[in-house]
Design a protein. Structure first.
Length: 211
């Protein structure tokens, strides 16, 4: 095989790889937050909140509590939406036998008001029996979303998210709230985007010089 043919094949391979990288950057725009503070149990790691931008302009939120904690009661989880917040809708709730879309402007003890919330139908005692420690839902709005961090708006008390939780092994306690105030372990889709576009440019340069 001629050197020219090898160079062309290399350029095509690099371009294909860049396309995969570029596509991955678009599909994996996500932010992660840690529930780090509580109003009764002090500081710690009470769970994580992941927000992922979908291709249809919606954001999926996945909340996983740290082992040993469960969601419960009305106002189980609260979040805000970066303006505009017209036409906000909460769908795809799972498990939908336990959680449902809640009220707006809900007060979370120690963490202030949140624009939107989800409710749990379980008391703390019921949540301990079922070990209800995860929640997933999707948020849409009239204007659509372009970034996963558009659900990360600080409320007046300085918090992005809040959850009403209880300790799994403390039957006598009614629970407490925990909040997330800063992002953690944030993926960098922008870096992947730059890498992908750089590889595309490199492949194009190879083909121009060798074509």
């Amino acid at each position: 095989m001629s050197p020219l043919m090898n160079v062309k094949r290399l350029a095509i391979s690099v371009a294909l790889f860049a396309f995969v990288v570029f596509g991955s950057a678009t599909l994996t725009m996500a932010d992660s937050y840690t529930l780090t503070d509580s109003n009764f149990a002090g500081s710690g790691n009470f769970g994580t909140v992941n927000t992922t931008l979908n291709g249809d302009g919606t954001i999926t939120v996945t909340v996983n509590l740290t082992a040993g904690y469960v969601f419960h009661s009305t106002g189980a989880f609260g979040f805000n939406v970066v303006d505009p917040d017209a036409g906000v809708s909460i769908t795809g709730i799972s498990p939908n036998t336990i959680f449902s879309a809640g009220g707006t402007g809900v007060q979370f003890d120690g963490f202030g008001n949140f624009e939107f919330s989800l409710d749990s139908s379980q008391s703390a005692a019921q949540a301990r029996v079922t070990n209800t420690n995860s929640l997933t839902f999707t948020v849409s709005r009239t204007a659509g979303f372009t970034n996963a961090n558009q659900l990360a708006e600080l409320n007046a008390s300085g918090w992005f998210f809040s959850a009403q939780i209880a300790q799994l092994d403390t039957a006598g306690a009614t629970g407490f709230t925990a909040g997330a105030g800063s992002p953690s372990n944030v993926p960098e889709p922008a870096s992947m985007f730059l890498l992908g576009t750089g590889l595309v440019g490199f492949a194009a340069g190879l083909r121009r010089r060798r074509g």
